[in-house]
Every structure is written in structure tokens, then in C-alpha cells.
Design a protein around this ligand. Sequence first.
Ligand SMILES: [Zn+2]
Length: 286
Amino acid sequence: MPELPEVETIKEDLRELVVGSTIEAAEVLDPALVEQPSVEEFTRRLGDVRITGARRRAKHLIVELDSGDALVFQLKIGGQLLLVPPVEEPRTALMLVLYLDGGRRLFLRDQTGFTRARLLDPEELKARLSPLGPEPLEEGFAVEYLRETLGSRRAQIKPLILDQKVVSGVGNIYADEILFDARLHPRRKANTLSDAEWRVLYEAIRKNLAAGVEHRGTTVRLYRDVLNRPGEHQNYLRVFEKHGERCPEGCKGEVVQEKVSGRPTHLCPGCQRLSGGEEEQRLTFA
Ligand SMILES: [Zn+2]
């Protein structure tokens, strides 16, 4: 599903193409889309409102309206937000149409049907966003935060960095890339990481997410931007869904896929050793 870089790209597209437009009417084509409020109220409150801004928090896409409401999307694996024109009108898997002034329409489609939307007043929005952890590309995100928050946890490192209360915006694709980049086995227990490993993990989180943003997201299957263009970061992935291929670091090992905490996980067992902690700790304290 869209992670930080993909939602960031869509947000930037909305800022460039849609902010300043008025939503004249909304048509809900799949009632399962609307989590909050009722479909009737959602449609009513989306009539004749101006879009004043677009922002992202974690994987939430937030469209700000002059009514004070925020239209909040959680795009799931097939979720696409497409601007017609210039994009040709999509015909299938439609969940929502926003009719904009000037004859343009914003279509939300999702072939998997899991995307959800909420229309929230400022208090509701604040409550919705408050449990989320820090934004990893913002200034306040520091290696000390990671180490202090997770350093005594016995849980495996992969599910911890996927936890949106810990770090905002990391999903399954970037998690595998981050852990490979940091040479950390996804099953390593957080409390076995050395200071040096926390530093490397921190750098890898920032580096991989920033690269994803720069490349306008990763299109493994269904992700598209608002103009229906795929991202480019899939060309830079090193382990995600590369199982059976040689290790990209040339360690003579092979990338494998295993389930970690229920998620398909891709790693090079040669580069990402489970027992790495002791060696690293010796280096750190030498
Ligand atoms: Zn390797």
C-alpha cells in the first residue's frame, strides 16, 4: 500500500493541481469507503467547499477545506486518486467522485476496495492523528528518539519500525529495504542493537524514504500519482520481492522471502545476520 513517499507524492500533486479548486459535489459510489460520518452527511458536507490545502501525516492524505473540515484518505494497496482531465475517465473500481469547478473531476478508485475516507472536524482530526509517531524526514526525528523508544524492547525490529506509533509512514516495502541497507536481520530483537546499529538504522530510514520521495514513489503493482503515472523507485529496490536473485551486495548469498510477524519479508541472510549484535557491540565498546 502507499507508504510515506507515495502519499507525499500524491499530496504534492494535489497542491500543484487541485488546491484552490472548489468541490461542487461529491458522489459516493462505494459506501464502504466512508468510515465517518454517515454517507449522507459526508456527501452533504462536501458540497460547495473550497480546497485550501493538502498535507500528509504518516500514510494519511489530508485535504483541507474552507469549511474547517478535513477530508482524510487512507489509500490502501490499490488506492488511486486520479484527476480527469488530463487523465482519461476510469471506469472500474470507483469509490468516490469529487466534481470540481471548471469541469474537472477527482476519481478515487481501488481495485482491492480497502481504501477508506473520513470527513473530520478539527477536533476529530487532532484525535485521529495524535497517536502517530514522529515524521522520519522532519528535523525533530533523531537517533536518540529511536534508541530510547525501542532500545529496551524485546520485540523484533521489523514490526517495530512498521508500527505507526513509533515511526510514521514506513510500510512493508521500505521496511525491507531499510533493514537490508542497515544490514540488520528483520528478526533481530531491538534490545540487542548496539549504539552503532541504531545510528545505521536511523540513517537508513531517512535515506530510503527520502530516495522514495525523490523518485516519486514505488510502483510494484498498482500505485499511480494523480496524473496516473507510475513512480520510479521500483528501479532502485534491492531486496523487496527479489527472492531467488543474487544478493545485490555480491556476498554470494541469495535474497530470500520469509514471513516475519505475518508479513512477507525479503532479506539476504548473508548480509543480515541474526547474531550481528555481539560483534557490533564489541566494536562499539572497543
Ligand atoms: Zn548479501
